[in-house]
Design a protein around this ligand. Structure first.
Ligand code: PLP
Length: 366
């Protein structure tokens, strides 16, 4: 993976054009349709002639797209997922945004796309949140979901890296995500990622490839696919858009990320928080057979997925071939971890690791 080029340290000047027709008053924050509601504005800038141009915040609108735009044909498209919350004093807050900037550029590098200077990425996210702060839902467990993304919009038929791209950030208010326990289907036919592939990138195509297997798992009565490794269908990788943790005889095990597993920022944070609480956390390859064995021995105590969207999703059961691994009803440590993470994000617990980044509110002018 090539290094992200050093960026010139300067405050990107982001021009703000406000809407005259806010939809804010039509939103019922108690009842937000998931992923369908968008705020009034978006951040947008274009990559042309080797540089990011004209960073601006403007009213959310359709983007004219040439039918030969390369992203539509060859799939150069990547994204991030982040959340803005509000603290006790109503200051908008971000969680580890530099980590998202870093991962975005890791994804970009793998897909042959230009990096976005981390200062531009973080400033774009901060300023759109500063403009849209009234859209951050106040309820516990709610947040303003942020979706930074980049795609190739050069009109060209032919296989090579595009020369023009768009980098955009849109925002969608989200109520408390499914707190229901999830059932996973350990997939032995389809794969998500192989070593050397794009599994470590948040690349759009990875999710396209997961749609059919996920639909099939849902038809069998499961919520999500538990992905196994591409070579042997043996090693546990991750779940949908979440990393996975098992609590086994008092300690935690999570698959090591080398190669084909997305390096979750929630995963990294949870490892730190578990260690803070005195738990041992092993990052190592773990097979589905081991999980079954632990379960049979009564050593499998808890299991959960981690990701920005849900924070922590408790796992109820895992189907694998003819077996059904069921987890114990109680998951005290996972629940405690979820509370800790949620409380750090709204400043109800001390942020000892310096993960929280406050955002300045962009006051309306004129
Ligand atoms: C985004 C994502 C995750 C979780 O990453 P976070 O940074 O914790 O949100 C895990 N796996 C996949 C495949 C993902 O796309």
């Amino acid at each position: 993976m090539r290094d992200v080029p050093k960026t010139i340290i300067m405050e990107p000047k982001i021009k703000i054009t406000r809407t005259t027709d806010s939809k804010l008053q039509h939103i019922d924050f108690e009842n937000i349709p998931l992923g369908r509601t968008f705020t009034d504005h978006m951040f947008i800038c274009e990559y042309e002639n080797g540089a990011w141009q004209n960073p601006r915040i403007e009213p959310l609108a359709l983007i004219p797209t040439h039918p030969a735009a390369m992203a539509l044909h060859y799939g150069q498209a990547i994204f991030e997922g982040m959340k803005a919350t509000v603290g006790e004093d109503k200051t908008p807050l971000l969680f580890r945004p530099e980590e998202n900037a870093k991962r975005f550029n890791h994804s970009a590098a793998r897909m042959g796309m230009p990096p976005v200077p981390p200062t531009l990425f973080v400033e774009a996210v901060k300023q759109i949140v500063g403009v849209e702060h009234h859209w951050i839902p106040p309820q516990d467990g709610s947040a303003l979901y942020l979706r930074p993304f980049m795609y190739a919009d050069e009109p060209f038929i032919g296989m090579r890296a595009a020369t023009s791209y768009k980098f955009i950030v849109i925002c969608s208010p989200a109520g408390p995500f499914f707190t229901k326990k999830i059932r996973l289907y350990a997939e032995t036919e389809y794969i998500r990622a192989a070593d050397g592939g794009t599994g470590e990138a948040k690349a759009a195509g990875n999710y396209a490839a997961a749609i059919l297997p996920t639909e099939k798992a849902k038809a069998k009565g499961y919520d999500q696919v538990l992905w196994l490794d591409a070579n042997e269908h043996k090693y546990v990788q991750e779940v949908g858009t979440m990393n996975i943790f098992f609590k086994v005889a008092g300690k935690f095990i999570t698959p090591s990320t080398s190669g084909s597993i997305l390096k979750g920022i929630t995963r990294d944070s949870v490892i730190t928080l578990l260690k803070d609480k005195g738990f041992e956390v092993e990052e190592r390859p773990i097979t589905i057979d081991e999980v079954i064995q632990f379960s049979k021995e009564g050593a499998l105590e808890e299991a959960f997925g981690t990701g920005t969207a849900v924070a922590i999703a408790m796992i109820e059961a895992i189907g694998y071939k003819d077996e059904l691994i069921t987890l114990p009803e109680a998951n005290p440590v996972s629940q405690g971890m979820k509370n800790t993470l949620d409380e750090i994000k709204v400043q109800k617990q001390e942020d000892i690791h310096g993960w929280i980044v406050p955002v300045a509110i962009e006051e309306k002018v004129g």
